[in-house]
Design a protein around this ligand. Structure first.
Ligand code: BMP
Length: 221
């Protein structure tokens, strides 16, 4: 499975039961966490405990504070997301050590999916150097700019998971990121705002499968 559902909207936690077993995981955004609190997250997780649970706090602080934040999430999620631009020393190095100690996966943002993230792309090589040193479990790279996914994959190889947002509401199509080398596509509103979230998720998975077949087959001339 290659789909992580982004739960950001109030009440979207209700979709956990519907999508459990269909999606690989759930990414919990700050708005939802503020709504339901850690106890709400704990209850939701218990309803689908085999899924990959990712807390998307977009950590961007000194290492001490990022590590304290991650500690509050221990046992509630499998992974936390942090920004790559904060750098290594006294920042991601401390967070990475804390995640290792807790057995939590660390995901570092290499670049983002919105148009303003071109500023991130200007320092992509520097951010990738930081990521190489941190050795996180995963990296976020944008489905909206597949060339960035290819650069991340080329530079970091296959030992890192690439998670790609930007599908649907932000313009990329399901399968675009997978074809460029991503492992998971992160999808929010295309599923959570759909009248039939389960069917929307299944359609996305089917489209990913078709794209995977197409992009791996030799092109006809
Ligand atoms: P949507 O599919 O509704 O656009 O949601 C995308 C999700 O991915 C949101 O939770 C957002 O916070 C997250 N995200 C993103 O859109 N772009 C990034 O570069 C990094 C993200 O985490």
């Amino acid at each position: 499975m290659t789909l992580i559902v982004a739960l950001d909207k109030p009440q979207s936690l209700g979709l956990v039961d519907t999508l459990c077993g269909v999606a690989s995981g759930f990414k919990i955004g700050v708005p939802l966490l503020l709504d339901v609190g850690l106890e709400g997250l704990r209850r939701a997780r218990s309803r689908c405990s085999d899924a990959l649970w990712v807390a998307d706090m977009k950590l961007a602080d000194i290492g001490h504070v990022m590590a304290l934040t991650a500690r509050r999430l221990a046992g509630l999620v499998d992974a936390v997301i942090a920004h790559g631009f904060v750098g290594l020393e006294s920042a991601l190095d401390i967070l990475a050590e804390e995640c290792r100690r807790m057995g939590m996966k660390l995901v570092v943002i290499a670049s983002m999916s919105h148009p303003g993230s071109r500023i991130y792309d200007k320092v992509l090589e520097d951010v990738l150097e930081v990521i190489e040193a941190v050795k996180p479990w995963g990296v976020v790279a944008p489905a909206t700019r597949p060339n960035i996914i290819r650069r991340v994959r080329r530079r970091l190889g296959c030992s890192v998971a690439i998670l790609s947002p930007g599908i649907g509401a932000q313009g990329a199509s399901p399968g675009d990121a997978i074809c460029a080398g991503a492992d998971y596509e992160i999808v929010g509103r295309a599923i959570t705002s759909s009248e039939n979230p389960l069917q929307a998720a299944r359609n996305i998975l089917e489209q990913q499968r078709r794209c995977r077949r197409a992009c791996r087959e030799p092109q006809q001339t």
